[in-house]
Design a protein around this ligand. Structure first.
Ligand code: PGA
Length: 259
């Protein structure tokens, strides 16, 4: 039995493939998981850019396809970059923005993250905005402050209509790819804090509607307990999204947007 049926918000399961899978492997994985997607349930696959168009064409009726990154610029001499308008033009509806790997490995600052959020919204691509503290920040008890600051820096310029198009993904950096998951109480505590930050800026209606996913070593064993938390509206899943059987178990938690 699913434990979260009293929630007004859907449970969203988003897979983040990162820079993995060759074309045949990507196709095989999709052919394996797509038949298990429950009708209307919110499953999102964030794939390498080179696969986005074909994935959208082949599987876009069953799952939402997301990019993992986009440029903050509209167009021009930016070799190697992909714009949000290009994503929109090929039917991509979501884009990860501010993932901790982008922040740490590619020096994406809070300003860059905000510009990318704005570029997505301007081009009708829904940002999946990632935030989360490092282990040092948690140990020194700055985690609530750090996450609040990331949200203020990237989302507080938005209108009410715009912010409702954003999905927030709380991903503690110490839990990403490490096998160490936040406990459900740690996740719930931070998600409640995030919802409160949103409530204070955008009001109760937005706060009750906005989706806040948890990410960081989500797997088939821990997903039900994490997603059952009051303020956890699903997960952003890295490593486990590459394993068909495991991801199917996690996907079985996804629910449809309530009518
Ligand atoms: P993980 O990655 O599930 O492998 O920890 C999550 C993410 O980086 O989105």
């Amino acid at each position: 039995m699913r434990m979260n049926t009293d929630k007004k918000r859907p449970t969203v399961v988003a897979g983040n493939w990162k820079m993995n899978l060759l074309p045949d492997q990507a196709q095989q994985l999709m052919l394996s998981i797509v038949p298990a997607v429950q009708p209307q349930s919110m499953v999102i696959i964030a794939a390498p850019s080179i696969y986005l168009q074909s994935l959208h064409e082949d599987f876009g009726e069953s799952v939402f396809i997301a990019a993992q990154n986009c440029s903050d610029k509209d167009s021009g001499a930016f070799t190697g970059e992909i714009s949000a308008s290009m994503l929109n033009a090929i039917g991509v509806e979501f884009c990860l923005v501010g993932h901790s790997e982008r922040r740490s490995l590619y020096q994406e600052t809070d300003d860059v993250v905000r510009w990318k959020v704005d570029a997505c919204l301007k081009n009708e691509v829904n940002p999946i905005f990632c935030c989360g503290e490092t282990l040092d920040e948690r140990k020194s008890e700055q985690h609530f402050h750090v996450v609040q600051h990331q949200i203020e820096a990237a989302l507080f310029q938005l209108s009410l209509d715009q912010v409702l198009k954003v999905i927030i993904a709380y991903e503690p950096v110490w839990a990403i790819g490490t096998g160490v998951t936040a406990s459900s109480s740690e996740a719930q505590e931070m998600h409640a804090h995030i919802r409160n930050v949103i409530r204070e800026k955008f009001g109760a209606d937005v706060a009750e509607s906005i989706l806040i996913l948890y990410g960081g070593s989500v797997n088939a064993m821990n997903c039900a307990e994490l997603f059952a938390c009051k303020d956890v509206d699903g997960g952003l899943v890295g490593g486990a999204s590459l394993k068909a059987d495991e991801f199917k178990v996690i996907m079985s938690q996804a629910t449809a947007i309530p009518a």
